[in-house]
Design a protein around this ligand. Structure first.
Ligand SMILES: *Cc1c(COP(=O)(O)O)cnc(C)c1O
Length: 398
């Protein structure tokens, strides 16, 4: 098919040509005397990305899910109690993993479309006077529903109560696109991956571990081997890895971190907010449709889940967009299957790329007889972007 595929699932995101080129490298000796230069540049860059001076960034040859498992198996004992909330497919899968690994999961069931229930975390932690809860899980950006949660508020609850549990945060679809602060929020383990805000292929789990989590890990007996933090940190300190790293992924990550530095993290967050604003204008003002996210406080700047009217099937829109217009929209997962389609707006994007997704989604909806006004989404997004000041990352090319 002529023209390029419009990839607007919220991950994998588009890989910029600059990163693709950086990854096209011959293989080399990962135990050479020169190799530590690459490792050190990456680890230093990751500290800036996580906003930490204290914690240890780690990359695993896995996807984000591997880092979930690493967090649970390194820092907890078998059967430990974990407090979590479930309000979408990704927060669900982390809870499910905890159960399958034999932890005692205390789950705050929350409506899909809402964010992490801060007050209910407070109640649950306040009731735990014996400090049985050893870890608190929060999904920063629930990619299934397009909901961002207030991690800082959960940390405040823990501090106000003096609760010593570790705080684990899933930032797979927020790191590098929505503000995340490892040190300020006293996050103990942040879990992320390569294929979303970092604009890389999938295949690398990217995580960051606090000093407190590491010292807890030393006294924890849950079996782990491949994902052992200490093995990795000991090896990384000398510039190497305990097993063979993926060399193209490391060069790609180095390039990604250089690009993030050049644009500046705060500029990147502002660009994502601005681009998301245009998408939300298309959905709400243009198409007169609802977002799955129930309140503006939860609107995600990296992905929007759009609810189709109840008499229509969102899967048909997604199929039509893919087959007819070469546009990949995100599918509705689990509970919201058939009810929503998603537009990922994270990573290497600008207004006109997003216009492709908005126009294509609109055409596909019209083809499925969903009564949106032709051109209304594009008009609303264009009005939004034309009337908002341009973020630094989108200023015209020099
Ligand atoms: C994509 C995603 C994951 C899963 O990551 P994989 O890299 O596919 O293992 C976990 N959590 C969230 C919030 C995600 O968006």
């Amino acid at each position: 098919m002529a023209g390029h595929n419009f990839l607007f699932v919220p991950g994998p995101s588009n890989v910029p040509n600059r990163i693709l080129r950086a990854m096209a490298v011959p293989m080399e000796d990962h135990r050479s005397v020169k190799f530590p230069e690459l490792t050190h540049e990456i680890l230093t860059g990751l500290k800036r990305l996580f906003k930490t001076t204290e914690a240890h960034p780690i990359v695993f040859p896995s996807s984000g899910t591997g880092c979930w498992e690493a967090a649970l198996t390194n820092c907890l004992n078998s059967g430990s109690r974990i407090l979590a909330s479930r309000f979408g497919q990704f927060s669900h899968l982390w809870c499910d993993m905890g159960q399958r690994l034999g932890f005692d999961m205390q789950i705050l069931e929350t409506e899909w479309g809402e964010g992490a229930p801060v007050e209910r975390y407070h109640e649950a932690l306040a009731a735990d006077s014996q400090h049985q809860i050893k870890a608190v899980l929060v999904c920063h950006n629930e990619t299934a529903t397009g909901v961002t949660s207030d991690v800082a508020a959960i940390r405040r609850v823990m501090n106000d109560l003096g609760h010593p549990a570790l705080l684990f945060v899933d930032a797979v679809s927020s790191l590098g696109s929505i503000d995340f602060r490892m040190d300020e929020w006293q996050v103990d383990v942040c879990v992320s991956g390569s294929q979303k805000g970092l604009m890389l292929p999938a295949g690398m789990g990217i995580t960051c571990v606090s000093k407190k989590a590491l010292s807890t890990a030393q006294a924890c007996s849950h079996p782990r081997c491949y994902f052992d933090y200490q093995d990795m940190i000991r090896s990384n300190a000398t510039g190497y890895f305990p097993y063979t790293p993926s060399i193209p992924m490391l060069y790609g990550l180095r390039e990604s971190l250089r690009m993030l530095d050049e644009e500046g993290l705060e500029n990147i967050f502002a660009r994502h907010q601005y681009l998301a604003g245009g998408v939300r204008a298309a959905v709400q003002e243009g198409w007169k449709l609802a977002l799955c996210a129930k309140e503006p406080q939860w609107y995600s700047d990296s992905v929007s889940a759009i609810v189709v009217p109840p008499e229509f099937n969102a899967a048909h829109v997604i199929e039509r967009a893919f087959r007819r217009y070469n546009l990949a929209l995100g599918t509705g997962l689990s509970k919201v299957a058939g009810k929503v389609f998603r537009i990922g707006h994270l990573g290497d994007l600008n207004e006109l790329m997003l216009m492709g997704a908005i126009a294509g989604a609109e055409m596909a909806m019209l083809d499925c007889n969903i009564p949106v006004i032709p051109g209304s989404g594009v008009a609303a997004a264009s009005a939004y972007w034309r009337h908002h000041s341009v973020p630094a990352g989108l200023e015209s090319r020099k």
